[in-house]
Ligand binder design. Structure first.
Ligand code: LLP
Length: 446
């Protein structure tokens, strides 16, 4: 919750406190802020701004921390990266190389996961509105699991698989009616949300699915929301899920898999957030005794802290009552502050600025909307034109939610590994903005 609330600047962590929690970042007097030893000033000089910068070490370190916590707890568990958080092929491939499968929510993500090298059998297809065409393509490719979200979808998939002569591997996503205590726009586990099958209706539907020859029912799934920084909502949801699994088994229905969803939050503002070990401990307590394969679908937790948005100050404008730092990045690049009032740390890249006197500033982009604001009344030093800043913890739901609003091309992305910065997504050329446009013949001449 705290990540979304805008409170007074006094509660904000200092630059030093921000750095202390983000081991892939360091600052040196001569070169300024670095990502895994690569100066951001060098990345800006070589690749221009705005540019997304991801630390491979942070992604692999976080994956390994989660995977080893699961192994130490003796849980039979698989991590399916929710690639909606960041669908850059290089990131999906990196996680795949470490052993992750993918959780996808569209035909497009399914395609991208395949292109990144994820085997179809390691893909879970989630989402409340999968189309027949998407389901058909996934089945034809041999998708590992389809998380069904309604009785209507189950009937559609049953008919589709039967017509194709396939057996669709399904899990029923249930809605446990638990409040995740997160921002309303990313809460998914309340009865009034569009997601999942009401938990009370699940047993009858599960029995129906188990009776179909075109379906192979594998288990149940739950996902209650995102950026959850307390364990209690997970505990409540998993307890209800465990109860359901016991009831299904009592009816003689097989439940091999339990999909625990994603949602684990990260400390944007240095607020306390559960560690991987604490989350895994909870899994072991609540779901471990059931002896099923646990499927995890983390997105943000794996990649959020690993990325930043590197931007340059266009100018500093002194309004009647406020100082505006206007960047060359905008809400079209990173929409989270505008959409969810999300708090992201913003730090200067030049070392000299870290100890300069700070005053409140509104950090904004050039888009023609007042909502194009990254931070309000943030304590920052003077940031004259040309100065670089890094907007932190932008690895998840950053680039993926970008648009070209105001005809601003999509930013480039760079991945840093072992002192090398490689482009993983080229900056969109301005010509691409109009490449799909067609002038109808009646406007073509004259
Ligand atoms: N599984 C399902 C079924 C989901 O709907 C989601 C996210 C995840 C897994 C991954 O959740 P994560 O571990 O990343 O929290 N754009 C928002 C977040 C939307 C999350 C949507 N569903 C934001 O910027 O905060």
């Amino acid at each position: 919750m705290a990540a979304f609330a805008r409170a007074d600047a006094a509660a904000d962590p200092s630059f030093a406190e921000i750095l202390a929690l983000r081991p892939h970042l360091a600052i040196a007097p001569e070169v300024g802020l670095m990502v895994d030893g690569v100066p951001l000033a060098r990345i800006a000089a070589e690749h221009a701004t705005p540019t997304w910068v991801y630390a491979a070490s942070a992604i692999s370190g976080r994956f390994r921390a989660l995977a080893s916590a699961l192994a130490e707890a003796n849980l039979d568990a698989r991590i399916h990266y929710a690639m909606k958080a960041n669908d850059a092929l290089a990131i999906v491939r990196l996680l795949g190389s470490l052993g992750a499968g993918a959780d996808v929510v569209s035909g497009g993500e399914f395609h991208a996961a395949r292109a990144a090298g994820i085997a179809p059998s390691d893909i879970v297809f989630s989402g409340v509105g999968k189309t027949e065409a998407e389901l058909r393509a996934a089945l034809a490719a041999g998708v590992g699991q389809i998380n069904v979200e309604s009785a209507e979808e189950l009937a559609m998939l049953d008919a589709l698989a039967a017509a194709m002569g396939r057996r669709a591997p399904v899990a029923l996503r249930v809605n446990p009616d638990v409040d995740a205590g997160t921002h309303a726009k990313i809460t998914t586990g309340r009865a009034e949300n569009k997601f999942g099958i009401p938990i009370g209706e699940a047993p009858a539907l599960y029995a129906r699915a188990a009776g179909s020859r075109a379906l192979r029912v594998r288990g149940v799934a739950v996902h209650i929301g995102s950026q959850i920084t307390a364990l209690a909502p997970f505990r409540a949801a998993y307890a209800r899920l465990a109860e359901l699994v016991r009831a299904l088994r009592a009816e003689g229905l097989p439940v091999e898999r339990i999909d625990c969803g994603g949602g684990l939050g990260i400390p944007y503002r240095n607020e306390p957030a559960p560690s991987a070990a604490a989350f895994v401990h909870l899994l072991r307590e609540t779901l471990g005794p059931l002896g099923a394969t646990l499927m995890l679908e983390p997105g943000r937790w794996l990649v959020g802290p690993a990325g930043l948005l590197l931007a340059r100050v266009v100018l500093e404008k002194h309004g009647t009552s406020r100082r505006f730092v206007i960047l060359d990045a905008a809400m079209n690049d990173l929409i989270r502050p505008a959409l969810y009032e999300a708090w992201h740390a913003i730090v200067p890249v030049a070392a000299a600025r870290w100890h300069a006197p700070a005053t409140p500033a509104d950090v904004v982009g050039p888009v023609c909307e007042s909502g194009d604001t990254f931070a309000t009344a943030r304590m920052l030093p003077a940031l004259p034109p040309g100065e670089l800043v890094a907007i932190l913890d932008a690895g998840a739901y950053g680039a993926v939610m970008s648009s070209t609003y105001n005809a601003r091309p999509l930013a480039a992305a760079v991945m840093v590994r072992a002192g090398e910065a490689a482009v993983i997504r080229r900056r969109q050329p301005v010509e691409a903005l109009i490449a799909q446009d067609v002038i109808p013949h009646w406007l073509a001449s004259g």
